[in-house]
Ligand binder design. Structure first.
Ligand code: GAL
Ligand code: CA
Length: 346
């Protein structure tokens, strides 16, 4: 072999080694600022509020894409099974995700997810289903984006009290008391517990005399609430004057039960929900619901998207104004027939 030929072969080998080395370390180095992979896992695929918020999160993340950062979002759900959700999280981490957004199935059981994320140094933004404080304290890369459940209960109590004051005809049998039914979301969920508690307390504090007819769990679900309400209608006829629901889906289920009951519309109860989903806003416009409390999915999704990108880039989080350096608390807003147009089609 001639010297020239040998030198060319050596140069070629060196070039191959260099390129391989560059690509190899480039894999992790150039990832910074290049492609962020966000793994989003919800507790179920059947929750309209969560689905609406997840859609906003996807679009918010996409708006953060630019010439030097690509965003890949993958969304899966835990099918209401914590173990299944644990496995999905492990798979997402194996597939190379950089930041996780987790809507826990069981908010008291994040241990496995935290463990595997920590082993791989992948930050977690929990949302909507709040882990207990001790769990969030386990590692400094754990965050929570959600709301103050008490605030939604207080606001629901306030708009209901205000409505009853302005509409004395709610007390249809004129006994000075409001016969009411309460539809509860999900046993053990922070929102269900506080909303039930605070809305009733606030109604009483605002001078409304209440008479409890029934409390029913309906799992945040429209169909289940319709069934429960149909049952209650067969028990109480047109005696129910007020329905307080922990969320809009169940409030809409209650309205549906009345629609199918044959009871004339002037004898339907006043119905209040929480979330501000489009169907509920429409029902408020049409007068089949009287109010709701806006659970600001745009704000929560926006915060999650910004937080995910800042965590990925290693930016300072000071602009996020997190409480305890971990919690982002999105404010609720009251919605009634006068303000409903401000919330439609956000
Ligand atoms: C609540 C919301 C409910 C349901 C629940 C799921 O904040 O009001 O409609 O989506 O979260 O965790
Ligand atoms: Ca009454």
């Amino acid at each position: 072999m001639s010297d020239r030929k040998r030198n060319r072969i050596i140069a070629l080998i060196l070039a191959v080694i260099c390129v391989t080395a560059l690509v190899g370390c480039g894999g992790s180095d150039s990832k910074i600022d290049k492609t962020i992979r966000v793994g989003v896992v919800t507790y179920t695929q059947d929750d309209p509020f969560i689905n609406a918020m997840t859609d906003k999160l996807k679009s918010q993340l996409k708006t953060m894409e630019n010439s030097n950062m690509k965003v890949i979002v993958s969304v899966r759900n835990g099918d209401n099974d914590q173990r299944e959700q644990d496995e999905i999280v492990a798979e997402m981490i194996d597939a190379g995700c950089d930041v996780l957004c987790v809507n826990l199935v069981d908010r008291t059981a994040p241990a496995n997810i935290i463990k595997v994320a920590r082993q791989n140094d992948i930050p977690i933004i929990f949302f909507n289903r709040e882990p207990v404080h001790e769990d969030l304290e386990q590692w400094d890369k754990l965050y929570y984006v959600g709301c103050d459940a008490k605030e939604s209960g207080d606001m629901q109590g306030e708009i209901a009290a205000e409505y009853i004051k302005n509409h004395p005809e709610v007390d249809r049998n004129e006994d000075g008391k409001i016969q009411y039914v309460l539809l509860e979301g999900e046993a053990g969920h922070q929102d269900a517990i506080s909303r039930t508690d605070c809305s009733v307390k606030t109604l009483i504090e605002n001078g409304v005399q209440l008479e409890k007819l029934s409390y029913q769990f309906a799992d945040w679900n429209r169909g289940q609430a319709e069934n429960r309400m149909t049952q209650l209608i067969s028990q109480y006829g047109d005696e129910v004057e007020l329905v307080i629901s922990n969320n809009d889906e169940m409030a809409l289920g209650a309205a549906e039960a009345y629609r199918n009951s044959g009871i004339s519309e002037d004898k339907w109860p006043a119905i209040f929900g929480i979330d501000g989903l489009d169907d509920a806003l429409q029902a408020i416009k049409e007068g089949t619901m009287q109010g709701t409390v806006y659970n600001d999915k745009e704000d929560q999704a926006g915060e999650m998207a910004r937080l995910a990108v800042d965590l990925f880039k290693g930016n300072s989080l000071s602009s996020h104004r997190l409480q305890d350096e971990k919690y982002y608390v999105s404010p609720y807003q009251k919605v009634d027939v006068d303000s409903v147009d401000d919330f439609l089609h956000r």
